[in-house]
Design a protein around this ligand. Structure first.
Ligand SMILES: [Zn+2]
Length: 174
């Protein structure tokens, strides 16, 4: 089932999410819904607070090549164990900040631990776009958005644009 994506600014996008203590069918359904919503958008990552679900859960699939096998990942309680000193710059976007893109510098490699949808502990080193995507999504669980890395003036301009967009969408929905 598709879930509506919250648009910035929204207080739910600024909160620190509590860890998932135990997996449940509801949480597995949430993860499946988030993947469906992410692919539909389309996007390469989505965090639970973006659909108003207050849990430490992210989903991602950074396989973009035409015809390549998809790799849907649902990560409960993801945690960065180690980051490289080497950095990468990617032009990032966010499904909660539509049509805004900006360069963000992050560690080029991160080692991440998480629990998968079967409750198994997993660990992996992510590089390239995957590394950026996973860090962007984990930031969401800590109430941080990619625009928080930009200069305050730029961030305020983007936020004003989003307030206007939300107003227009609300008007269109009437
Ligand atoms: Zn985002």
């Amino acid at each position: 089932m598709l879930r509506p994506i919250l648009i910035h600014p929204d207080p739910r996008l600024k909160k620190v999410m509590p860890p998932v203590p135990d997996l449940s069918d509801d949480l597995r359904v949430l993860a499946a819904d988030m993947l469906e919503t992410m692919y539909d958008a389309p996007g390469i990552g989505l965090a639970a607070p973006q659909v108003g679900a207050m849990h430490r859960l992210i989903v991602a699939d950074c396989i973009k090549e035409e015809g390549a096998t998809p790799r849907p990942l649902a990560m409960f309680n993801p945690e960065v164990l180690a980051s490289s000193d080497e950095t990468n710059v990617y032009e990032e976007g966010c499904l909660s900040i539509p049509e805004i893109y900006a360069d963000v510098t992050r560690p080029a490699e991160v080692e991440v631990a998480w629990m998968d949808a079967d409750g198994n502990p997993r660990q992996e080193v992510f590089t390239g776009l995957w590394a950026t995507c996973v860090q962007h999504e984990i930031d969401h669980l800590n109430g941080k958005l990619f625009i928080d890395y930009l200069k305050p003036l730029k961030r305020q301009m983007i936020t004003r644009k989003m307030i206007k967009l939300k107003r227009e969408r609300a008007r269109d929905a009437e």
